[in-house]
Design a protein around this ligand. Structure first.
Ligand code: HEM
Length: 189
């Protein structure tokens, strides 16, 4: 009889140990929080929507607007850059006649391509491959093949375009490095 008087106490002890054990197990099996690395596109403003200054009433992702602003400035810089503007004669001739359709298409294609390369997910590039876009035998809009020096000039014009848009220096370096990875597809001589 005396032995039985310890039974409730012993059961309570075992019960408590089991509860503590199960709680500590729960804590250690919590799923690891999913962390995604910020992309260059995120650093440029990412997917946050804002009013598109060029199209009243329309919204645009902040990252895409940043890329488009740099691209549009760069096209203007290239237009005045005698080192490489000879490659863009079709475009420049159209623009000089007041026809902006080629400019709009190039701005759209380059913006989508660079945004995608920087990490954008919501826009799909459906233009020519980099090799085809810069092969005059395939793309009649490019005057002549691109040399290494042309590529360097193009990158320096992008840096000028980005600087005009007050893109921080570290991000300009990242854009330059990203474009640099495409040299072998663009330079074909
Ligand atoms: C990494 C660097 C470059 C990228 C990402 C790039 C990207 C592009 C893209 C996306 C297009 C449009 C393709 C299409 O219409 O489907 C294009 C067209 C073109 N690119 Fe590049 N490009 C680069 C470098 C260069 C360089 C160095 C030159 C010459 C100096 C050049 C000259 C042209 C020309 C002339 C066109 C046709 C423009 C037009 O449609 O009027 N690109 N490029």
């Amino acid at each position: 009889m005396k032995k039985l008087s310890f039974l409730p106490l012993a059961l309570a002890l075992i019960f408590t140990v089991l509860i503590i054990e199960s709680c500590s197990k729960k804590a250690s099996t919590n799923p690891t929080p999913v962390t995604t690395k910020a992309t260059l596109y995120d650093s440029l403003g990412g997917t946050k929507l804002m009013a598109d200054p060029a199209y009243p009433g329309a919204m645009i992702e902040t990252g895409r607007l940043a890329v488009r602003s740099v691209i549009d400035s760069t096209i203007f810089v290239i237009a005045g850059d005698t080192r490489i503007n000879g490659h863009f004669m079709v475009l420049l001739s159209e623009v000089s006649k007041g026809n902006l359709s080629g400019f709009t298409d190039l701005s759209e294609n380059l913006t989508t391509f660079v945004s995608g390369a920087a990490g954008a997910k919501d826009y799909i590039y459906i233009g020519l491959s980099m090799a085809d876009a810069h092969n005059p035998a395939v793309n009649s809009r490019i005057n002549g093949k691109v040399a290494n020096a042309d590529f360097d000039a193009f990158i320096s014009d992008v840096v000028t375009g980005a600087t005009k848009n007050k893109v921080p220096a570290n991000l300009i370096n990242s854009v330059g490095a990203l474009l640099g990875t495409l040299r072998s597809q663009v330079v074909q001589m």
